[in-house]
Design a protein around this ligand. Structure first.
Ligand SMILES: C[S@@+](CC[C@H](N)C(=O)[O-])C[C@H]1O[C@@H](n2cnc3c(N)ncnc32)[C@H](O)[C@@H]1O
Length: 490
């Protein structure tokens, strides 16, 4: 699973008719049980339902919330408030749970799941929003009464205890001393699991001050970036049209100032797509280095849902090239087809590791190959509020094996003289440098690094010593994309 798999219909992570630990089937709707009181506030009810679905069904917050908002007919300020509450609560979960445990005098694992999620939402309002305390307490007790009627008195007591102390004082109380355990301290202060902080710190050369800056950035709601598709839209004109601004680095990027990109005409008519600026940069980097000889056969080995294929396809149309886009998951392959309509792109719903075995994926058949590998997605935590608490270090072995195999396949698919870009939206060294070294070694293919810094727009700051590049939210305003470019020599 990768965080890119956000197109999965919500709830599909768990078989129908089953419920997550601690939930009964009656909890599954998330709505007030028959005989319970109706919700007093639709935005909070929507946020509660989304948070409960994330924990009960392994749903993705962005998908489940947009379904709930639509079903409840919420828009404008109500929708914005529900979104802030859902995303904020999910991001802050680890620290909220520690505060709740302290206030309740028991581990949160021992609180009934519906009451626990309602309390998390309440604690978030008390500690992170301007909602007046009495309103946060009363609304939360009302919500608990409707989803876990027996726990209303308990919820009242916990909420009142939390409300008596400011967030700063809570953090002071529960965070371990920075001098004794800096990672544990940062984990509580900035709402990230410790293993992720260690991975970030390692990729940032052990600089914990810089790591803290990254953690703070990870807790901000990211700006939505559009990609103005080359040949179809001019970014400056598009920026005017959507009341946004041209991006700082990618020649295709437009930053939205707010509002939902779903409603934009440019998205509907295929002139633009939503794509982080870092993703645009790494995809374009594959095409930036000159190669000798034929340059018409390009391969995207992990294409779903089609963001980078959409950009590669638009440029291929201009340069007379053709893109083969491979995606193993059928429903995601269909998304790639949608994303590349009208472009010279052929979508293959097959395993990218079948290079040399599938006639459509011949060895040495391609001039440029992109491996945007399935990964932990630790580089895009801003966009997926629940993922930092869902991901586990135990996810790494299976992912890195797949990454190595896909890199080996890519190196075999490219012709001598051609280029392979290895990309992850994770800065975890095991997924970046280790995979790269191991995959290149095992491929048996000879290849040299191209300095990836030279393939990015001039003037980009803080790209490190090369030849690989790690982008960062707190340095570049992008997701933490990793990029390595290899030229096959023989
Ligand atoms: C990081 S995502 C790619 C994102 C995509 N390039 C984009 O820009 O929208 C990785 C994708 O690889 C797919 N995948 C996983 N294993 C694969 C395999 N063996 N062959 C082909 N695709 C695979 C996943 O289903 C997922 O869609």
């Amino acid at each position: 699973m990768t965080p890119h798999q956000a197109d999965r219909p919500h709830g599909s992570g768990r078989p129908r008719g089953t419920a997550g630990p601690g939930y009964t089937r009656d909890d599954r709707s998330g709505r007030a049980p028959r005989g319970g009181r109706p919700p007093s506030d639709p935005a909070r009810q929507a946020a509660y339902e989304a948070i409960a679905a994330v924990h009960r069904d392994d749903a993705y917050a962005n998908l489940v919330l947009s379904d709930i908002l639509r079903d409840m007919g919420l828009s404008g300020r109500d929708a914005a408030f529900a979104t802030e509450l859902t995303y904020g609560t999910l991001r802050a979960l680890g620290t909220l749970d520690l505060i709740m445990a302290d206030a309740a005098g028991r581990d949160v694992a021992r609180i009934d799941p519906p009451a626990r999620d309602a309390l998390r939402l309440g604690a978030y309002q008390l500690l992170h929003t301007r909602v007046p305390s009495h309103a946060a307490v009363n609304q939360t007790v009302d919500l608990v009464r409707s989803v876990a009627p027996g726990a209303a008195g308990f919820a009242n007591a916990v909420m009142r205890t939390i409300s008596e102390t400011t967030l700063d004082d809570w953090l002071q109380k529960i965070a371990p001393d920075y001098e004794k355990d800096p990672v544990a301290n940062l984990s509580v202060l900035h709402n990230h699991p410790q293993w992720i902080i260690r991975a970030f710190a390692e990729a940032l050369g052990g600089d914990l001050d810089d790591t803290a800056r990254l953690l703070i950035e990870d807790n901000q709601a990211p700006t939505v970036h559009l990609c103005a598709r080359p040949g179809r839209a001019d970014p400056v004109e598009l920026a005017d049209e959507v009341d946004g601004q041209p991006g700082a680095f990618s020649p295709y990027a437009v930053y939205l100032n707010g509002g939902s990109p779903r409603e934009l005409a440019a998205i509907h008519d295929g002139r633009a797509h939503v794509q982080d600026e870092g993703s645009q940069l790494v995809a374009a980097a594959l095409l930036a280095a000159p190669i000798e000889g034929r340059d018409t056969r390009w391969l995207d080995l992990c294409a779903g849902p089609g963001g980078k294929a959409g950009l590669l396809g638009a440029i291929a149309a201009q340069r007379g090239a053709e893109v083969t886009a491979v995606e193993i998951a059928e429903h995601r392959a269909r998304l790639v087809e949608n994303a590349t309509k009208g472009m010279p792109v052929t979508v293959l719903p097959i395993d990218g590791r079948s290079v040399g075995k599938d006639p459509d994926l011949p060895e040495e058949g391609f001039d440029r190959v992109l491996v945007d590998a399935p990964c932990t997605g630790l580089g895009s935590l801003r966009r997926r509020p629940e993922s930092r608490w869902r991901r586990q270090p135990s996810d790494l072995p299976a992912l890195t094996k797949l990454q190595r195999e896909l890199l080996v396949a890519a190196l075999r698919a490219v012709r001598p003289g051609g280029l392979v870009a290895y990309v992850t939206c994770s800065p975890h060294m095991v997924e970046t440098q280790v995979t790269l070294t191991e995959g290149s070694r095992r491929s048996g293919v000879e290849a040299d690094y191209v300095d990836a810094r030279t393939l990015l727009p001039p003037g980009m700051p803080k790209l490190g010593p090369g030849p690989t590049v790690q982008l960062w939210p707190h340095r570049h305003g992008t997701d933490a994309m990793f990029l390595a470019v290899l030229r096959r020599t023989a």
